[in-house]
Ligand binder design. Structure first.
Ligand SMILES: *Cc1c(COP(=O)(O)O)cnc(C)c1O
Length: 248
């Protein structure tokens, strides 16, 4: 059995166990395979092992893989920062954008989503780490942005995404994920129809599922260490934990 297929099975089992431990139906948690920096051949292998949804961070890199794998009905998600000069191609080629954090970018996506396609699925990226992260909308600005995006006809607002600063403190992990879920709960109470909480990566998917994640974004546990991350994960881990504690 190929390594990617085996890894997918192992991750699927982790997801199922985490869901069961939280008293949730494992079917309520979707797996997004994050293929950034990995070749199209890896995506192809994962697709043939049954994985349909893939996440990419960099638009140009994603387009190259989409072209290479055009014959496969893959569901592509953009999970990396989106600049407004890239919105047209994103509106044309992706099924989901998880990293919307401004009304300006949302308006462009709405205007540029082709009429022949279904509305673009959108998640608003929330900054719950404060100064430790420059990405995402501040919680105070979220309700206004959510109302604006929900009214855009060519976008379908599905929920929230967040990338908390990494920490090994399980209690802190859960507290941060819970904060995002509570923001989503408040938007729902205000009448927005949200069904997606994109929380959790290879190292913290259990905590995310315990706090209500419906979509986990998994790269390393499926495809192995990324070249750029292999060195950084050893050198940076202590520093990142330290930074996370300072900013929490
Ligand atoms: C890279 C990335 C992931 C996957 O991270 P792993 O730790 O490799 O599972 C998930 N979400 C986002 C936004 C990413 O950039």
């Amino acid at each position: 059995m190929g390594a990617i297929r085996a890894n997918l099975q192992a991750v699927t089992l982790r997801v199922a166990r985490a869901a069961q431990a939280a008293g949730r139906d494992p079917q309520t948690v979707r797996l997004l395979a994050v293929s950034k920096t990995h070749p199209a051949a890896f995506v192809d292998e994962a697709y043939h092992a049954g994985q349909v949804a893939f996440g990419e961070n960099y638009v140009q890199e994603a387009l190259a893989k989409m072209t290479a794998l055009a014959q496969l009905p893959i569901e592509w998600h953009l999970i990396g920062p989106l600049q407004s000069n890239k919105t047209r191609v994103v509106a044309e080629r992706f099924a989901w954008v998880q990293s919307v954090e401004s009304e300006r970018v949302a308006r462009r996506l709405d205007a540029q989503r082709p009429a022949a396609l279904p509305p673009l699925n959108v998640l608003l990226q929330v900054n719950i780490s404060g100064e430790a992260s420059k990405s995402g909308v501040a919680p105070e600005a979220l309700p206004g942005l959510a109302r604006a995006v929900a009214a855009m006809p060519r976008l379908r607002l599905r929920g929230l995404m967040a990338i908390p600063e990494p920490t090994r403190d399980a209690g802190l992990q859960r507290a941060r994920f819970r904060a995002v879920r509570e923001l989503a709960d408040r938007l729902r109470a205000d009448g927005l129809d949200l069904d997606t909480l994109s929380l959790g990566m290879s190292d913290d998917l259990e905590a995310a599922i315990a706090e209500g994640a419906t979509l986990v974004r998994i790269g390393t546990a499926i495809f192995g260490l990324r070249k750029d991350a292999a060195a950084a994960s050893q050198a940076g881990e202590r520093d990142r934990d330290h930074a996370a504690e300072i900013h929490s």
